[in-house]
Design a protein around this ligand. Structure first.
Ligand code: FMN
Length: 355
């Protein structure tokens, strides 16, 4: 389902979307930053928080068995939890596995020791490593009973911290069961449900089916429905609220390219004009600022390698992106990174400065 973004709400000063409640936690605005493995680490969450507009920010998914193993064998915790104990709230930590007691144990630690705002459980990951090998993530969509047991036990272990679930529409197009799953999720005590409008077999192919997300809403009596998939402009966020029966939205990939998108979408939902995109030199400054945060967290060597993929995301859709990608993919030191940015990003700015 594609988005009609021709409608605007500029005549109506009334907010299009009300805050939602996840348990006792108010999510305002109802725009959530998605968990993304390899991306939504501490520095990136800091960038999103600086722009504002995201009502709730999530970590990368954390494997519950890995947590327990590290805790017991090495008295340490997964690297993905770095910063979580002290960073600003609200913050959701996402966990994955298929064993109810293990997930409950880790949920409890996150709720009590880390004091996270929300414990989210991953039932949507379609990656083989997680589904075929670990019978977790979206694999569990074929086992609603197991999902119910997981949620019940995690909810009991985390109380009063709310527990949420993130799913896809089903395992395959001919086995779409999101409505049944949604009822299991709510019945087991979850405090919100996020639905990515694709099946696991789709991976990222085709378009997210927002009609199928919307169709779930009448079956939820108590908890908010958060729609997810393909929202990459403020206008599409507005359109999602106008056209579909959802309580909130979640944004993933687009914020890697535009971390200001939450703030812009929030303005649009308030009926305010959408701010201008940052200028090209502001975008360059942003990339360098992000790079400094990444180096502070990971050190210059690992930080430079890690920043390559973020830099490519920033460049995506800008003129000269291909050239920039080619060069940034090879940088290994802060000096090289700085030199490539100066020479290639963003192309229009580099050209303007040269002329
Ligand atoms: C690189 C990448 C990593 C992801 N990692 C996770 C994850 O750890 N947990 C999760 O629930 N979803 C994960 N997702 C899925 C997103 O949260 C989201 O559901 C999906 O990208 C659709 O939203 P979008 O169209 O706004 O990108 C990931 C997606 C991408 C592209």
């Amino acid at each position: 389902m594609s988005f009609d973004t021709t409608t605007t709400n500029s005549d109506s000063p009334k907010p299009l979307a009300a805050p939602i409640w996840i348990g006792d936690l108010k999510i305002d605005p109802p725009i959530l930053a998605a968990p993304m493995a390899g991306f939504t680490n501490y520095p990136f969450r800091q960038i999103v928080r600086e722009f504002g507009g995201a009502g709730l920010i999530a970590t990368e998914m954390v494997n519950a068995k890995g947590f327990v193993w590290l805790d017991e064998q090495e008295a340490t915790h997964p690297d993905r939890l770095w910063g979580v104990a002290d960073e600003p709230r609200p913050l959701a930590v996402q966990i994955w596995d298929n064993d109810p007691p293990t997930l409950a144990k880790v949920g409890h630690r996150l709720a009590t020791e880390y004091g996270v705002s929300v414990v989210d459980i991953n039932f949507g990951c379609p990656v083989r490593q997680v589904t075929q090998k670990a019978h977790s993530g979206s694999y569990l969509l074929s086992q609603p009973e197991r999902m119910g047991q997981i949620i019940e036990q995690v909810v009991a272990a985390c109380h009063p911290t709310p527990v949420t679930a993130k799913i896809r529409l089903g395992c395959t197009r001919d086995k779409i069961n999101a409505i049944d799953i949604a009822q299991v999720v709510e019945g087991a005590g979850a405090a919100a449900l996020t639905v990515h409008g694709r099946t696991a077999a789709d991976m990222f192919r085709g378009e997210a089916d927002w009609d199928k997300i919307s169709a779930i809403k009448p079956y939820l009596k108590r908890i908010p429905l958060i729609g997810n998939g393909d929202l990459d402009t403020a206008a599409k966020v507005v359109s999602a609220f106008e056209r579909y029966d959802i309580d909130a939205v979640m944004i993933a990939r687009a914020c890697l390219n535009k971390p200001w998108l939450f703030a812009h979408a929030a303005a649009a939902l308030r009926g305010e004009p959408v701010p201008e995109e940052p200028t090209l030199s502001e975008q360059r400054e942003l990339m360098l600022h992000h790079y400094r945060l990444v180096c502070e967290r990971f050190g210059p060597e690992k930080g430079t390698v890690l920043m390559r993929k973020f830099a490519c995301c920033y460049a995506q859709g800008r003129r000269g992106a291909r050239d920039f990608r080619k060069h940034v993919a090879r940088v290994t030191t802060p000096e090289e990174f700085q030199a490539v940015v100066t020479e290639f990003f963003p192309r229009d700015l580099v050209d303007a400065m040269a002329s």
